[in-house]
Design a protein around this ligand. Structure first.
Ligand SMILES: [Zn+2]
Length: 457
């Protein structure tokens, strides 16, 4: 039986079903739910006063938005995804200042940070700051938008029922999305220089390039207030170094370096792109240092594995967070996961070929399935094994066998479909990684609805 490494302080004890195989982000169902509910506190809707003149709105949409109050105006950092949510956050900010919005700062170009901008704009148009490379990630893989949209819906659990839904790892499950991106305003000032300084409404600001989740990311430093706005290179979860909705390679090494660069400022307060700000001076810098170290460690361990000639699958099962980082609340795998990161790093550095000539020309799935059935003693025997795996709560194996059975012309495919649906739901129940959980549940529902009737991908 595999030993589960429990990374959450709240999990004092767990008992695992005999013979069950758990992935790193899987625990007993009640514990998984408890952990996800605990994480909900990270995006409960509220306004947080970060410093005397800095306020952050958490939980008004998926991401955070902040207001910095200056002498004759305010500055907005990130604008949420939709103008409806943005206007709501602005109304809440107005309790603290009625000064005009002088500037909007985009930490990066993801839609949950830029799509609501006009919800913050009053009578006069503010200056809008972003890096010179703003939007560079756009269009890289637009050609696969049709499937990306489907996978996005699954990752975020957009079609899940009220009973199934939990959260999105670093964001609440339910957000106002009907007007997503409808408030976007393009940048008017492109920052060309790392460390660029500006004074807006009497507030001193510094802008630093920080490639990571996106190449166009920057962090913003307030030297007087000692507040650092990280964008999405930091939040309270192991980072999403790879997104299962499908993304181009996110440069993991640069991500680690960007967070180390933030830690060097030794901020008193850290405002992440998602989840609660860190207001504890002692923890703020430590959290950034640990975060950078965690990313770097996963990268280094993966590179070591690659250079030892190991396959991505093997490395993904071997790499773990260093022991001293495993109980850090900001590194629990609620959003990103270590094995997904490992595979992404492998593909990012070397492409799909794992170096083993067996994989140069593998059998096509149908032929492989037929041979597996033969090995099992025939199609019926394979189906028996599949059902037995489900019965034994060996859910991953049940999924893998169902994926063979689905190719067999003489098999009762509906049985395989049923097994897959049940195994996905059982795995989902154990998952505290929100994207995995949402994906399993969404896919099970799609299978059940008949939407994936032919190939089931
Ligand atoms: Zn975001």
């Amino acid at each position: 039986m595999k030993t589960v490494k429990l990374t959450h302080a709240l999990l004092a004890a767990t008992c695992l079903s005999a013979g069950a195989i758990y992935a790193d982000t899987q625990v007993e169902p009640e514990h998984a739910l408890h952990m996800l509910h605990t994480q909900d506190a990270q995006f409960e809707k509220q306004i947080i006063q970060v410093a005397d003149n800095v306020y952050t709105a958490v939980g008004y949409h998926g991401a955070n938005t902040s207001m910095i109050v200056g002498n004759d105006g305010v500055i907005i950092v990130d604008t949420l995804m939709s103008p409806t949510s943005a206007a709501e956050a602005m109304q809440a900010f107005r309790k603290y200042s009625d000064k005009p919005v002088k500037a909007i700062l985009y930490t990066h170009s993801h839609s949950d940070h830029i799509g609501g901008a006009n919800g913050f704009v009053g009578d006069t148009m503010p200056a809008i700051y972003a890096t010179e490379s703003f939007g560079s990630a756009e269009g890289v893989n637009q050609v696969v938008d049709p499937v990306k949209m489907k996978r996005n819906i699954r990752q975020f659990g957009r079609d899940l029922t009220g009973e199934e839904v939990t959260n999105r790892g670093v964001a609440p499950a339910n957000t106002t999305d009907h007007d997503r991106m409808q408030g976007f305003l393009p940048p008017t000032i492109r920052i060309e220089q790392d460390g660029y300084q500006a004074t807006i409404a009497g507030i001193e600001l510094e802008f630093y390039f920080a490639p990571g989740e996106t190449d166009d990311a920057m962090f913003i430093w307030l030297p007087k207030e000692k507040v650092l706005f990280t964008g999405d290179n930091f939040y309270s979860s192991f980072p999403n170094l790879y997104a299962i909705r499908g993304t181009a390679y996110r440069d993991v090494l640069k991500w680690s370096e960007s967070v180390a660069k933030m830690a060097a400022f030794e901020p008193d307060y850290v405002v992440p792109g998602h989840t609660m700000p860190i207001l504890d001076k002692a923890i703020a810098t430590t959290a950034l240092s640990h975060y950078s170290e965690a990313i770097r460690s996963i990268y280094d361990q993966t590179v070591d594995g690659i250079n030892a000639g190991k396959s991505p699958e093997l490395i993904a099962h071997e790499v773990h967070l260093p022991d001293h980082l495993q109980d850090k609340p900001y590194l629990i795998e609620f959003y990103g996961t270590v094995p997904h990161a490992v595979r992404a790093i492998y593909v990012g550095l070397l492409g799909w070929f794992d170096g083993n000539p067996t994989t140069l020309n593998p059998l096509e799935p149908k032929v492989q399935a037929e041979k597996i059935a033969q090995l099992a003693g025939g199609t019926e025997a394979l189906i028996k094994q599949m059902n037995a795996a489900l019965e034994a709560e060996d859910y991953q194996w049940a999924l893998e066998l169902a994926d063979h059975v689905k190719w067999l012309p003489d098999a009762d495919r509906s049985q395989a479909r049923q097994v897959k649906i049940q195994a996905l739901r059982a795995l989902a129940a154990r998952e505290y990684n929100a994207p995995n959980r949402n994906y399993y549940l969404s896919y099970a529902n799609e299978l059940e609805s008949g939407k994936l009737s032919t190939i089931w991908f």
